[in-house]
Design a protein around this ligand. Structure first.
Ligand code: BGP
Length: 468
């Protein structure tokens, strides 16, 4: 293999989220969100009983963190505003929360780092969840008021906006697979939630366009959506039933969102199949016009692992839900055992080629990619640094090589954000798996310390060359 070079205007940055970094869960008028609610009800559900409260202390250390990003050669980062911090329970702007984010954005500017702002990262305010969450149109409307407030408050400061991070995850994790609070196993509810989020996205894009036309949002600002697209694969010599499993996996997880953000509609083959199985979306007159507003300026692609599926042995599960696919265990899979996710860098290229072929006009960037390794596997060297080079560098280098190849073949991939450049809180895994090029030492007051891999990242971000 020879050295590989990414284009000069390709950007490098860091991906993070408000609920996983800020901490200060009760400061600046912040209300309880679903993570705080779950932490309060059952702290034992979180690794080492570390709940949502502390984040990685970025709320107190953001200036330091932005300086670290800059020193690592990163020009941008994406985080999220927390709905539960920006708005009060009456749906009005919370001034203290807004001021917190103004200060955070100012510190980033001072450090020379652009902040991409995402509006929602699995963090529904608890009082709105109690009113039905995404299953209730009033909550969809509340989200749009929140989005309007954010566009109005920060419209002159922020250039890159996103409506949602991984909108497929809450339907699946909260309502279908029962892994996250409120632990439902209800396929139909999951799809209603997915539909509610889709409407919320489209209405927020509509509000953004309106406020941009009015001059409230700066003229060069863009809006997008971020999703964890999983390129779908099945076994060799598939049966028609295996291919059907691929169609629905791809349809619900990928094409649903891609059609929404490029065509302003949802894929009819998927809706037809759902209807055939008695799953009906709560469609109201006028919804088509709402969805039509959902077309974005660009897209974020979070990539960790592919989806390998085959025809299911049973087409109905123990809760009476329809089943469209089951996992296919590929014998050659290389696994990240800490996370249970397959490592398959070529997937990033395959998705890029799908984009180039099926959605050729849309710009996108890799908005998350990274490897989280259980902390106790990490070796600390004599100088006190964690030596993570052996697993982190090849992971990132391999993905970047496939991105470079895709760009050579026409992909409109504009940049790369690494997830968790600084270790952060990972939902119910808390601090079990560490993603960072920078350690957060929980035994030392969240102190930041560069890991051995950080020098490699800086070199790639500055030179754009991935050495052989
Ligand atoms: C993505 C989420 C992030 C982040 C990441 C790593 O799905 O957008 O919030 O957490 O995955 O996953 P985890 O933290 O579960 O290891």
């Amino acid at each position: 293999m020879a050295n590989v070079r990414l284009p000069d205007d390709f950007f490098f940055g860091a991906a993070l989220s408000g609920p996983q970094t800020e901490g200060m869960w009760k400061a600046y008028g912040k209300l309880e969100n679903l993570w705080d609610l779950w932490s309060g009800e059952n702290l034992g559900a979180f690794y080492n009983r570390v709940g949502s409260y502390g984040g990685n202390d970025m709320g107190a250390r953001y200036a330091e963190d932005f300086r670290i990003f800059h020193e690592l050669g990163l020009s941008s980062c994406r985080t999220s505003i927390q709905w539960s911090r920006l708005m009060d329970a009456d749906g009005h702007l919370n001034r203290e929360g807004a001021d917190f984010y103004h200060k955070l954005l100012a510190a980033a500017r001072e450090a020379g780092v652009e902040v991409f702002v995402n509006l929602y990262h699995f963090d529904m305010p608890a009082y709105l969840f109690r009113r039905g969450g995404w299953d209730n149109r009033e909550v969809v409307e509340a989200y749009v008021s929140y989005a309007r407030a954010a566009f109005t408050e920060f419209g002159q400061e922020v250039e890159h906006w996103f409506t949602f991070n991984e909108p497929i995850v809450e339907p699946e994790q909260r309502y279908e697979h029962g892994n996250w609070y409120p632990f439902h196993h209800d396929f139909a509810q999951a799809r209603r939630v997915q539909y509610g989020i889709s409407l919320a996205h489209a209405l927020a894009v509509g509000a953004f366009r309106e406020l941009q036309a009015a001059g409230t949002v700066r003229p060069d600002a863009k809006i997008g959506l971020i999703n964890c697209f999983t390129p779908p694969y099945t076994r060799e010599n598939p049966t028609p039933a295996d291919l059907e499993a691929v169609r629905m996996t791809d349809g619900l997880g990928n094409r649903w969102w891609l059609d929404l953000v490029t065509k302003g509609s949802l894929p009819t083959d998927v809706l037809d199949t759902l209807a055939e199985h008695g799953v009906h979306l709560p469609v109201r007159a006028g919804d088509d016009a709402i969805l039509a507003q959902g077309v974005v300026d660009w897209l974020g692609f979070n990539y960790y692992h592919p989806a390998r599926v085959q025809a299911p042995k049973q087409t109905v599960d123990e809760w009476g839900n329809p089943v469209f696919s089951e996992e296919y265990v590929w014998p050659d899979a290389v696994m990240n055992k800490s996370r249970g996710w397959e490592i398959y860098p070529q997937g990033i290229y395959d998705f890029a080629m799908t984009m180039t072929h099926d959605y050729p006009d849309l710009d996108w960037f890799v908005s998350e990619n990274g490897i989280g390794i259980e902390e106790h596997h990490a070796a600390r060297t004599a100088d006190g640094r964690i030596d993570d080079v052996a697993y982190r560098v090849p992971f990132v280098a391999d993905h970047l090589r496939w991105i470079a190849r895709a760009i050579d073949e026409g992909a409109r991939c504009k940049g790369y954000h690494y997830w968790g450049v600084i270790d952060c809180w990972s939902w119910n895994n808390a601090f079990k798996n560490r993603y960072g090029f920078v350690e957060v030492d929980l035994q030392d007051n969240y102190c930041r310390r560069l890991k051995a891999s950080a020098e490699w990242l800086r070199n790639v971000a500055v030179t754009h060359v991935i050495e052989d």
